[in-house]
Structures are given as C-alpha cells and as structure tokens.
Design a protein around this ligand. Structure first.
Ligand code: ADP
Ligand code: MG
Length: 243
C-alpha cells in the first residue's frame, strides 16, 4: 500500500512539473532570445555568425510555439472538472489574442451567451485558443473573426469562423494529424491535435467547413452542463419511483 501511495505522489509531482513548464521555461527562453537579439545588433558580429544567431532565435520561437499550443493556461496546481461559463472563458481567450488580431487588422465579432459546460478550465481555454489562433493566422491581411455561441438540443455550440485562406479537402482531412502544418517553421502542427483530444475528453464533437480563399467555419459542440444535471436528477427520481 505504501509503495502505491508513493507512486501516486510521484505521478502527481510529474503532473505538477508539466503544468509549471509554461512559467518556468518561458522566462529563460525570453531572456535568451533578448540577448541574441542584442548580439544581432552588435557591429562586431560578422555575417556568418549573424546567420547562426538567426537560426538560434528561430529555434527559440519554435519552442515557444510548442509551449503555446500545449500549455498557455497551465498553472502549477492540479486541475479539476467544474462548471464553466462559456461566455467568460471565450472572453478570456479573446483578451489574450486581441494583440495578435490587431497586428493583422482583424476585427473580432463575438456573440456570446453564458451557457454552461463541464470541463477543466485550462484545457477548455487551450482548445478555444488553438482554434481562434489558427483563424487569426489564416488572415494575415486582415479579415473578421466571428465567435458565436448558441444551443443546439443538448449541446452548447461554439461556432468560430474566419474570412481567411481556407483549406483544401486534403488539408481538412489531415487536420489534427501530429506535425501537420502549412506554416513552415512557424507552425507546430500540434494545435489541432490538442483541440481534438480536449473535445473528445469533454465528450464533445467538432466539425469543419472550409473553402479555399473564402474562409473556415469550426463548429464545436459540448454537452450542456444543465442537461447532464437534469438527466442525472430525473434518473434518480425514476429510481426512487421504482423503489
Ligand atoms: P499549426 O497552426 O501549428 O500549423 P495546427 O494543428 O493548429 O498547427 O493546424 C494545422 C494546419 O491546419 C495549419 O497549418 C493550417 O494549414 C490548417 N488550418 C487550421 N486552422 C485553419 C484555418 N482556420 N484556416 C486555414 N487553415 C487552417
Ligand atoms: Mg495552430
């Protein structure tokens, strides 16, 4: 028994470390990048060395992108499943992405309603972030990012649409495949894999419609919190009746 308890503790520590990565690793990465940027500006650095430094900066950006796709909201505390207000969570993600949207002159239109779903806050936010970030990155010359919340039967529907480059059938099919990216060294090809995994854990569903040159619609369905609660309580009352 004791051994089992120690093992459980160890697993908890591992989870804890993973969650700390975004905080603990991002800072040194930022500092290293800053110094390399300084080196680039130095007159004593020759052309060849400048290229090496450039490569080092790109690799740091790559590490940063991987952390972003996995651990933007990770906190050094264990997560738990709770009731999440869809409106609040989307607003938080929009706040984080607004500077990125502004850089490409993207207008964000959000029609949000405070429906409730059940899940882990960090994961849910990560999933929304990855989809919305893709939408923004699909519109390098500006456009509109629209986020719409509605109810469809027992599901909360989050509809995220962009007026960006769109995808071919082949690209849509490969979506979520690890390392599939059309963004070269700037992409990780991990964002959608994470999204699919989180949607699955939350017992949701995801559909994509996309036209090349027109834009992309992502439909994310999550079981409504209230419905699952109502079901449970009605089942309980049925059981009571049958007793
Ligand atoms: P990454 O963003 O790092 O490339 P993702 O897994 O997030 O990795 O996305 C994989 C690929 O799917 C992207 O490189 C892009 O080609 C395509 N994609 C995803 N979302 C969109 C979108 N909204 N519009 C156009 N293409 C998209
Ligand atoms: Mg992405």
């Amino acid at each position: 028994l004791r051994r089992r308890i120690i093992r459980a503790e160890k697993i908890e520590v591992v989870g804890h470390l993973a969650a700390s990565i975004s905080h603990e690793v991002r800072n040194p990465l930022t500092v290293s990048r800053g110094f390399m940027q300084l080196l680039l500006q130095s007159e004593r650095v020759n052309y060849k060395d400048r290229q090496y430094i450039q490569i080092a900066i790109e690799e740091i950006d790559r590490a940063e992108a991987i952390i972003t796709d996995y651990l933007t909201f990770a906190k050094p505390a264990p997560e738990h499943v709770e009731r999440l207000n869809v409106k609040t969570e989307i607003e938080r993600v929009i706040d984080i992405l607004r500077p990125l949207a502004n850089m490409s002159s993207i207008e964000i239109q959000a029609f949000l309603l405070p429906f409730a779903v059940k899940g882990e806050r960090q994961k849910f936010q990560q999933c929304l972030l990855n989809v919305m970030k893709n939408a923004i990155e699909a519109m390098p010359n500006g456009g509109t990012l629209r986020i719409n919340v509605s109810i469809d039967k027992d599901y909360v529907l989050i509809h995220i649409s962009d007026t960006g480059v769109g995808m071919t059938k082949e690209q849509i099919e490969r979506l979520g495949e690890p390392y599939f990216t059309t963004k070269g060294t700037k992409g990780t090809g991990l964002g959608m894999m994470v999204v699919y995994r989180i949607v699955e854990t939350m017992k949701g569903d995801l559909f994509i419609h996309s036209e090349v040159g027109q834009g992309t619609d992502v439909y994310m369905y999550f079981p409504s919190y209230y419905k699952s609660d109502v079901e449970k309580s009605s089942k309980r009352s049925l059981e009571q009746v049958s007793c």
